[in-house]
Design a protein around this ligand. Structure first.
Ligand code: RAM
Length: 330
């Protein structure tokens, strides 16, 4: 073969090789959730994919441990560092335990944000809250108080005891109780770890321990379903109102059967979508500093406070008048 022919053949081969190579997305963003199998996070992942398609050239790696533990998330973070992803957007099972692993990620040039459930400021560049924390704290108590004109005993069934989001909402709820809801008596807070079986056991335990219980407030989409199922199965509809933060698609049956009067939530699809917008911006070199305003695409924009945190939008309330409609969306 002549030199020219050899060159042409080599070129042809390299063109074939190049076109045969799978297109590598430019930006790989890991959406790390508290645990897999949770419908709330599946809805957020849908929003993440939507943002990726809109922005273009983004691959979403949707991942999380099988149960909501910090240890499981640390293993995942270390694996993502080894894969050299461009960004990690995490809903954390513990605000402090993840800090060393996430710092290592940032040291390697990986952009790190927390969303939904936060990481301490030293372990992330910014945090996206779904809504204002005080507003959520007040909302979850009001949802119970609205149906207790004479007040009474209520209990909280939370997610894991180290979840920063639930702990902040519960602290805000406790702070507002004495002034705004003086006749609401919070008798206990228990933890179901966003695990259906454990949440069911904890709800049963509350009912056994507090015979005058009038409401169970579960600020977790997993716990609220478990509590409403227990109230239904134990024939306590009308005696104990279950409320809190619920995904309409999973919860509408309990509004329909009367185990719950009303629940609330923000749009989880928008939350995952917004998290990807922010993670992508930081991976692209934007800096997160107090006062900075960052785009969250079709959802709008957020301005960072002095802890580099921001809130997306106010929660909606769902009751018999609208849960059917929302259940078709998330
Ligand atoms: C559960 C999770 C999540 C929380 C929702 C309301 O799915 O604990 O972190 O934001 O409930």
């Amino acid at each position: 073969m002549s030199k020219i022919n050899k060159l042409v053949t080599a070129l042809a081969f390299s063109v074939v090789a190049m076109t045969a190579m799978p297109a590598q997305a430019q930006t790989r963003i890991a959406l790390v959730v508290k645990s897999l199998g949770n419908g709330f996070f599946d809805a957020a992942a849908k929003g993440a994919e939507e943002a990726a398609a809109e922005i273009g050239d983004i691959e979403i790696i949707y991942t999380g441990p099988t149960s909501a533990t910090a240890e499981g998330q640390i293993e995942i973070i270390n694996a993502l560092i080894a894969q050299n992803v461009d960004a990690i957007a995490i809903s954390a099972n513990d605000p402090d335990a993840l800090v060393p692993a996430l710092r290592k990620a940032m040291d390697r040039g990986i952009a790190v944000i927390s969303w939904d459930s936060g990481v301490a400021p030293e372990g992330r560049q910014m945090h996206l809250n779904p809504s204002d924390t005080d507003l959520i704290g007040e909302t979850i108590i009001k949802l119970a108080a609205d149906y207790l004109p004479d007040g009474g005993d209520v209990a909280i069934l939370s997610a894991s005891s180290t979840a920063a989001n639930q702990n902040a909402w519960i602290a805000a709820a406790e702070a507002i109780l004495p002034t705004k809801f003086p006749n609401i008596n919070l008798v206990a807070t228990v933890y179901g770890d966003d695990d259906s079986v454990k949440s069911t056991d904890q709800a049963k335990g509350l009912i056994a321990s507090y015979p005058d219980l009038k409401a169970i407030i579960a600020p977790t989409t997993v716990g609220v379903v478990a509590a409403a199922q227990v109230v239904t199965d134990m024939d306590l509809i009308g005696k104990i109102n279950v409320t809190g933060l619920a995904l309409p698609s999973e919860f509408k049956q309990f509004i329909n059967n009367g185990a719950s009067q009303a629940v609330a939530l923000w749009n989880p699809i928008d939350l995952g979508y917004s998290a990807v917008y922010l993670a992508n911006a930081l991976a692209g070199g934007e800096t997160a500093v107090p006062g900075a305003t960052l785009s969250i695409g079709r959802v709008g924009e957020v301005t960072l406070d002095d802890t580099n945190s921001a809130a997306m939008a106010a929660p909606f309330t769902f009751d018999a008048s609208n849960i059917e409609e929302f259940s078709k969306i998330y």
